[in-house]
Design a protein around this ligand. Structure first.
Ligand code: SF4
Length: 327
């Protein structure tokens, strides 16, 4: 059974100029003991999806439709503030983008965590700090970092401290939104190692790792979900997505990764004459049919007219593309 079961999820930003369909009809499951990478360009809806799964749904973002079941609790059947109280920190925890903003600049790390645990779970300061010290020790992080202000920590240390703090109550699912962006390569590795450690030591059951960089995601994820323009376009085990990407967007994304890896490029040679040109579409008025068709070198007439739902082309391999529909 899935730890997280999402059906027909729609979450829009309700703006005066129209609704931005950032998450637009998503079905997905996360199972126990897996690290799932969600990849796609900026603006494809990854961060909005992360916010909705963590129940950080405040105007102008609105949950329009769908169902989210986290560890057997259907959080869409309960008012959001109540649902947040029930699951936040214990069933689901999030490390938001930009570690600096996730901490409070005027509070030492220990005071920040004491405030959060008091507000969210009614845990007293002494107990909160003991929990934090224990988790820092378990992850080999320097305990003195708890006495520092966020600006006194390096970027990597801030991110690792946030991973420790987000997992204090052993949440079932940890969502990490771009945890390694803006870090240099060696610091990225230590942050990925800490993330993997909270997983391997059983402090979390599963991780959702969000990144625009498929090369980073493949270092940690066991399964990959590819998003484009508010929708999921491909899902599969990491090795298979890397060895044999199916959706044209996945192929072009892999071919255009910033740090080109020759082996990856060879696997997607058929797109070598193309580039991922143009921008993702407006999510206020997304294109009819397949949302990737204005940028897809293989677009056919049907792609411009009819939208396709996910099809299972091989066991555990799902894709949303007319090229894979048997005629
Ligand atoms: Fe390209 Fe058509 Fe497939 Fe969309 S459905 S990715 S436009 S071939």
């Amino acid at each position: 059974m899935a730890l997280l079961d999402v059906e027909r999820l729609r979450a829009y930003y309700m703006l005066r100029r129209g609704s931005v369909k950032a998450v637009d009809g998503i079905d997905m499951q996360i199972y126990e003991r897996e690290i799932v990478g969600i990849v796609g360009e900026s603006g494809c809806g990854k961060t909005t999806l992360a916010r909705v799964l963590a129940l950080d749904i405040t105007p102008p973002l609105k949950l329009v439709d769908g169902r989210i079941v986290i560890d057997d609790i259907d959080v869409t059947q309960i008012p959001i503030p109540e649902a947040r109280k029930r699951v936040s920190g214990t069933k689901v925890a999030i490390i938001p983008q930009a570690a600096m903003n996730a901490l409070v600049p005027t509070l030492r790390v220990r005071d920040f965590i004491a405030d959060v645990l008091k507000e969210k779970r009614g845990i007293e300061k002494k107990e909160a700090i003991e929990l934090a010290k224990k988790r820092f020790e378990e992850l080999n992080l320097p305990i003195r970092a708890l006495d520092l202000y966020p600006f006194e920590l390096s970027g990597g240390m801030r991110q690792r401290a946030l991973i420790a703090l987000a997992t204090l109550l052993n949440p079932s699912i940890l969502i990490a939104d771009e945890p390694t962006s803006a870090l240099d390569v060696s610091t990225q590795k230590t942050v990925l190692a800490t993330l993997y450690e909270v997983y391997s030591k059983g402090f979390v059951k599963s991780i959702i790792f969000i990144s625009h960089d498929i090369a980073t995601v493949r270092q940690i994820a066991t399964r990959i979900i590819v998003m484009y323009a508010g929708k999921i376009v491909e899902v599969g085990p990491t090795d298979e997505i890397i060895e044999k990407p199916l959706h044209p967007y996945t192929k072009l994304l892999m071919y255009s990764i910033l740090t080109p890896e020759i082996q990856i490029r060879k696997r997607v040679d058929e797109v070598k004459h193309y580039r991922l040109v143009g921008e993702p579409p407006s999510l206020i008025n997304p294109p009819q049919g397949c949302r990737f068709h204005p940028r897809c070198p293989f677009a056919m007439d049907i792609c411009r007219k009819e939208e396709l739902t996910m099809i299972e082309v091989e066991p555990r391999r799902y894709v949303s593309c007319w090229l894979y529909v048997k005629k």
